[in-house]
Write a protein that binds this ligand. Sequence first.
Ligand SMILES: [Zn+2]
Length: 344
Amino acid sequence: MKKEDIKAVINEAKTDINSLDLESFRVKYIGRKGLISDFFSEFKNLSIEDKKELGPILNEAKTELNDLYIKAKESCTKDKKDFFDYTLKGNKIEVGSLNPATIVLRELCSVFKELGFQIIEGPEIENEYYNFDALNIPKDHPARDLWDTFWFPDNLKLIGEKDKGRCLLRTHTSPVQMRFMEKNLPPFNVIVPGRTFRYEATDARHEFQFHQLEGLMVSENINLSNFKIIIKEAMQKIFKGTRKMRFLPSYFPFVSPGLQVDIECFKCRGKDKKCPLCSGSGWIEVLGAGMVHPKLFEIAGYPKGKYQGFAFGIGVERFAMVKYLIDDTRLFNSTDLRFLKQFK
Ligand SMILES: [Zn+2]
């Protein structure tokens, strides 16, 4: 042990006090197994002359490092009752990421909120009445075949709605339309975000569980132009003009006339006749819509002919596919972190 060794340790400590956390500093220099302790262990074996020379230096070094530590510790506790060592390194917290369907659903909600729509919700376990009958899809009507359904056993009924048929997992968010209209008079603009279920085989475009965003605008003097303006505005806010879209006639029993909105296929842009996403058409349907069928207003108990309105249902995963160029809808529920982590 030489004078220079002790000096070198002091110099190192002066740098470390600014870069190490306090506890690591204490352990390294002044702890029981620290560098100063090491010097004292060596000291015992020194000659008398060396002891005379190095003794005071070593004692001074010990005091200096102790002071350094205490001063730094005091600066952490300044004006604070309890000691809080802000120099300690924190634990790294793994931050999760949102599913792209959630991101799109939230974005859609905020876009429609900006356009004056109010968010409402309804049950995922529905009864036959609200899912089908009240939406102008009576029993034995061929239109019911459009929705393959998960049914509950006959004896299970929703509390307070025992007379409203068998229970099922809702096949769309549309039942909430009738639940809302039964209790509210127009004018209103509402959206219904939520999970929906279909009993069907899965492929790149189909899943048995997915999300929809239902929209309903009812008032006096509402027509299809109002619908087109709202949807064009919403699409513009989301895609910022980067995707072409088109309106086509379509059929749903609860609207008349019915239409669908397609967005151009990002995968092939109509150039691949075997494209698994658009089947070669060049378009992907993301939205079904139309003017609310007068029969629904009648079921809701509204005065005949007084109100008009439009309704639309957006396939949220379809939307996310078009937005993020995802070519297989099964990825959303795959829990594959390599997929999910791309959407932080
Ligand atoms: Zn395509």
